[in-house]
Ligand binder design. Structure first.
Ligand code: UDP
Length: 234
């Protein structure tokens, strides 16, 4: 298999890192997702990762809390995941750097775009924590923003469903899966690929996204090799 893309940004939701536990980190699951990343790096692909935090905390579900403070908590949750993913990647002998959008220099590097690009060029995997560093945003938006900044060729959005459907496939057995979509269609039809801020950044900067399932973690490699899996939005 030959890679179709040189530099990719992988978005891992917090939920996916919890495995069957639904909450917290299931490290065996994290290791399973990191094994294909090792394959990609060995193939010469540059890999950056944005992690979510929903397995610990989501600002918008915090109820009566002040939203900004709740979002700060959510961003800290992404750092726990970033460190877990970094550790798993290192267990595959990968060189890894964690960069956070909110400085915590005893724990990770601060986010510096040029430095992140330099790490990628040297074959290091860069894991981005703290999302965009701002409340009221999501880690999907962070994925779009970082992909634009580092000039990634594609965003790999690994999810719990195997693509984008016209309705919820868990509720509707007749739901139809899209092979390809445009960002305009995603925005107009309000399809649940990612939030509208993230979709708009991708649309304005011509960053394609492939949405696929992590049921088989090797899909990460298949997606980068241009195999026909999931849904391609461009
Ligand atoms: N968050 C934020 N700003 C960002 C990214 C994330 O405030 O730029 C907070 C927000 O509270 C969010 C939480 O971090 O609910 C976890 O991120 P997200 O919900 O995107 O994680 P995922 O659903 O991908 O696990």
């Amino acid at each position: 298999m030959k890679p179709k893309y040189k530099r990719v940004l992988l978005k891992l939701s917090g939920e996916s890192l919890a495995g069957n536990e639904k909450h917290g980190i299931d490290f065996d699951t994290v290791l399973k997702f990191c094994e294909p990343v090792k394959k990609l790096v060995d193939m010469g692909v540059e890999v950056a990762i944005v992690v979510g935090g929903g397995n610990f905390w989501r600002g918008r579900s915090s109820g009566q809390m002040d939203r900004t403070r709740a979002d700060h908590m959510g961003m800290l949750a992404t750092v726990i995941n970033a460190l877990g993913v970094a550790d798993a990647l290192e267990q595959f002998d990968l060189q890894v750097r964690v960069q956070t959008a909110i400085s915590m220099q005893q724990v990770a590097e601060p986010y510096i775009r040029n430095r992140a690009v330099r790490h990628l060029e040297k074959g290091r995997v860069v894991v981005f924590g703290c999302g965009t560093g701002n409340p009221f945003f999501s880690t999907d938006t962070a994925a779009a923003l970082r992909a634009a900044e580092i000039e990634a060729d594609i965003i790999l959005k690994a999810t719990m469903v195997d693509g984008v459907y016209d309705s919820d496939p868990k509720k509707n057995p007749d739901a139809k899966k899209f092979k390809t979509l445009t960002f305009q269609e995603v925005l107009n039809q309000n399809l649940g690929v990612m939030d509208s801020t993230a979709a708009a950044i991708c649309k304005d900067n011509n960053i394609p996204i492939i949405v696929f399932s992590l049921d088989n973690p090797q899909n990460i490699v298949s997606a980068v090799c241009g195999e026909d899996i999931g849904t391609l939005v461009e």
